[in-house]
Design a binder for this molecule. Structure first.
Ligand code: ATP
Ligand code: ATP
Ligand code: MG
Ligand code: MG
Ligand code: MG
Ligand code: MG
Ligand code: MG
Length: 302
């Protein structure tokens, strides 16, 4: 029909499609566009507005729920960015890069905007509206993924220590931004800790964990009791409204789903999959550079 004359343009698209390398962890990082300006427009408290960080976390949890069960294994957020680690077995959209990145960015942005009034009830969104960019990178090994996440968390620490000191010099020390910048030029971490303590009585280690460590989001598989995963139990869709914070202590060691599959009957495998799908999505503000976090949660990366 009429289509045939025009259909050839499809091939321009197909020859261009990037399928991300199979059997690798895909990390999609989204970042707010011009959030320096956006944070000023909405008078975010400096250096860290907890409302804005909580909203980022809520949008990230929505990505977990929207993509369902076993797509995202862990996410890490700081400032206006979030990194989503997709399982290496992920075959969503045949691993087409454009589909994956645009979908994650779009889910995140949609929830950021729709959840805005929950976190900023007395401050309606102004234009320009918040938007995000996104990119995908494939990492072949668990060590690469851990190093990536360590890189982001180390960055969080460096930036937050700088910003905390910078804003203390301005807000409590009465300096201008230029004076504060000059004061901090060439200083090491220990110098900034010293400035905070000696001039402002601030012990950096007592600053909020969410500011110092960022936010880690994952499915708390190990904490789901076996008894709650019975086949008769009704499948319940969990919406992005259900967000909870777990503590370090509540996470019990467990075998990974991959390990669990080995030598198990079909019904047992089904139960394991159900357990993972049922597992609550939690937000924690903990160290993910040291081994401890990973040793306690072997189901996250495998
Ligand atoms: P780009 O579009 O290139 O990403 P940007 O202005 O978003 O530009 P970033 O490097 O992404 O620059 O930095 C984000 C900025 O947003 C931070 O420097 C900070 O000023 C602001 N910001 C983000 N989240 C918060 C928050 N929770 N509280 C206060 N300020 C924040
Ligand atoms: P995918 O996620 O693969 O894009 P899809 O369900 O969105 O799946 P599309 O091929 O994009 O499939 O088709 C969009 C569908 O949305 C149409 O088939 C139609 O059913 C529906 N739709 C979109 N816009 C309208 C509209 N304005 N009025 C009625 N139906 C619409
Ligand atoms: Mg940037
Ligand atoms: Mg940004
Ligand atoms: Mg950023
Ligand atoms: Mg379509
Ligand atoms: Mg469509």
């Amino acid at each position: 029909m009429a289509n045939s004359k025009f259909e050839y343009v499809r091939h321009f698209e197909l020859s261009n499609t990037t399928h991300l390398l199979p059997n690798t962890y895909i990390i999609i990082r989204i970042d707010g566009r011009s959030f320096h300006r956006f944070s000023t427009l909405h008078s975010f408290t400096k250096p860290n507005d907890p409302r804005a960080l909580s909203l980022m976390n809520a949008a990230a949890v929505a990505v977990f729920h929207d993509l369902g069960g076993e797509v995202v294994s862990i996410a890490y957020g700081v400032s206006d960015e979030f990194s989503f680690v997709l399982r290496k077995e992920c075959n969503l959209f045949d691993r087409r890069e454009a589909k994956l990145v645009s979908t994650v960015v779009s889910i995140f942005t949609a929830y950021y905007v729709s959840l805005w009034p929950t976190y900023f009830p007395s401050d309606p969104l102004k234009r320009p509206l918040p938007t995000f960019d996104g990119r995908a990178v494939c990492y072949p090994t668990i060590q690469n993924v851990r190093d990536y996440l360590s890189w982001r968390q180390a960055d969080c620490h460096i930036n937050n220590l700088y910003n905390t000191t910078f804003w203390a010099l301005i807000q409590q020390g009465g300096m201008t931004a230029q004076e504060a910048e000059k004061e901090l030029m060439g200083t090491l971490s220990k110098d900034k800790n010293e400035i905070l303590w000696s001039r402002f009585g601030v012990n950096y280690n007592n600053e909020e964990e969410m500011f110092r460590k960022g936010s880690v989001v994952y499915r708390n598989y190990g904490a789901v009791p076996e008894s709650s995963v019975d086949d008769k139990a009704e499948e319940k869709e969990d919406g992005p409204g259900q967000i909870s914070s777990a503590t370090e202590a509540s996470s019990q060691p467990a075998v990974s789903p991959a390990e669990a599959q080995k030598g198990k009957s079909r019904s047992q495998q089904k139960r394991e999959a159900k357990k993972l799908a049922k597992a609550e999505v939690v937000i924690e503000h903990v160290d993910i550079i040291k081994d401890t976090f990973w040793d306690k949660r072997p189901w996250i990366l495998h």
